[in-house]
Design a protein around this ligand. Structure first.
Ligand SMILES: *[C@@H]1O[C@H](CO)[C@@H](O)[C@H](O)[C@H]1NC(C)=O
Length: 265
């Protein structure tokens, strides 16, 4: 009888919490193991295995056929990333980074890093519709996408319950490629090894967001990066939807670039 009661309480608890999570997650693409996501191991500064992709992802003129989803808020090509204190873009290393929120995530303290690559028709048409809306001048139909989600992740050295939820969506047709960064709830900016405060997750060298093609020319630091203001990234946008940043990253297109930089201002 006791066991039964406990079970019912647990069941009621999860029914009560899930609608709240969903209502906050409107900009987020669906994620979770029920969507076929893989989960990174619980490991400080850890990473996914190398993920081979069947459709090449072009990042400023270079094609990549594998990538990593790194715990510290970065999707990388070529090499995995364990660095926990972010540097501003462009980096010296020359490896391409997509950084929804580069900071010292610790999934042992809380949260999960989830990812799936997909050619699912429903997901691809959502990517296509979103991107066509933001970039009406670009003829684009997604044929492959990656959804990488940092779900309620804690920071290194955390002595609080603060967690961050954010996402990177990569989409390509094999030639043209886009990245979309989605922010749900951002509560901390800094782990303690980056000078942050254990109780607040603030201070020190805060998180960095944006992308770096690795060529020293094509990169973007989202305003507020590596400052306390990055905590408000969920209120900023370059596509008129606060909490979302979208970039075309396949190559430097002169005609389109002018428009893009207007958007970014
Ligand atoms: C990450 O990179 C390091 C150093 O190059 C390597 O030793 C390690 O095996 C890589 N991890 C994965 C999961 O590929």
């Amino acid at each position: 009888m006791k066991t039964l009661c406990a079970f019912i309480l647990l069941a009621v608890g999860s029914v009560l919490t899930s609608p709240v999570e969903n209502s906050k997650a409107s900009l987020m693409y669906p994620y979770g193991t029920e969507w076929g996501d893989s989960k990174n191991p619980k490991s400080d500064d850890g990473t996914s295995p190398a993920i081979s992709i069947p459709v090449p992802f072009t990042f400023y003129g270079k094609e990549y056929d594998s990538l990593y989803v790194n715990n510290n808020g970065v999707v990388s090509f070529g090499v995995n990333v364990s660095q926990y204190t972010p540097d501003p873009f462009p980096l010296d290393g020359g490896s391409p980074f997509v950084a929804p929120y580069w900071g010292d995530v610790d999934n042992r303290r809380g949260g999960d890093i989830l990812w799936r690559q997909s050619q699912d028709a429903v997901l691809l048409s959502r990517c296509t519709e979103d991107i066509n809306r933001y970039f009406p001048e670009v003829p684009f139909v997604a044929t492959w996408a990656l959804v990488a989600t940092w779900d309620r992740v804690a920071y290194f050295g955390s002595a609080s319950k603060k967690v961050n939820t954010f996402q990177a969506v990569l989409a390509t047709d094999g030639k043209i490629s886009f990245i979309m960064l989605n922010y749900d709830d951002i509560q901390w900016t800094t782990g303690i090894a980056s000078g942050g405060n254990a109780k607040t997750g603030l201070g020190g060298t805060p998180a960095q967001a944006g992308f770096d093609s690795g060529d020293k020319i094509n990169y973007y630091n989202i305003p507020g990066s590596r400052t306390p203001e990055i905590i408000n990234i969920g209120k900023t946008t370059n596509v008129k939807e606060p909490g979302r940043w979208v970039f075309q990253v396949d190559e430097f297109v002169i005609g389109v670039t002018t428009e893009k930089s207007d958007c970014l201002m």
